[in-house]
Design a binder for this molecule. Sequence first.
Ligand code: GLP
Length: 245
Amino acid sequence: MLKIRVFESEYDAGLYVAALVERVVQQTERPVLGLATGRTVLPFYEALVRLEHCGLDLSRSITINLDEYIGLEADHPQSYHRFMHEHLFRHVDIPASHIHIPNGAASNLVVECARYDDILSRYPIDFQLLGIGVNGHVGFNEPNDLLQSKTHVVNLTPDTIAHNAKFFPSLEEVPKSAITMGVQAILQAKQIVLMAFGEEKADIVARAIQGEVRTDIPASIVQLHRDVTIVLDEASARVLPGKKR
Ligand code: GLP
């Protein structure tokens, strides 16, 4: 079933998603959390950190991130390693050995993708968090004629590169490729939560969750899953019928 929840504020949406994670963590002996990066998921990480400081025990959790830029060292200010450290891991008690993020600086990327798929086969995901790119990508599964099931190297589309440019000193420094989990691991998660905020996501959210399942809108794969919650604010829900206030 696909549920849609529309919140008045990003803050409220973050609290809601953190509460969903709390339930998974409390009901599961070894919870496996599939995590995402991006501005959208920040209110969720802030809420999760607050919950942990109020007593939620995350120390049994295993985390598996969706993706990472190729060519950035872990400590690069724009790497997803750094993002996760800044916004979650440095604040909470998750052992370093439980944290998994693709290594975009690996010398052999084929081996790195296989290493990641091995991790995914050992730790089936209980809760998968997703954002959505303005072009409909999930993780870095970009719009294409086909979607890859396994972890793979992807050439980022010109619009993704242009969109990411605001985070880098110059366009030349924006990574042109990434490692991303494929759609199989995402769809095998027990539960999926996709978050989107703001006017600029309104059209793609509507096309992803209402239209056909299409490889040129990778996020539309969530329609194939039986437990998906779409978490929106009023601006990103604007194009959905009956969701306008
Ligand atoms: C990046 C990430 C995606 C994320 C998307 C949206 O491209 N690879 O996982 O969903 O950005 O980011 P934002 O939330 O900043 O709009």
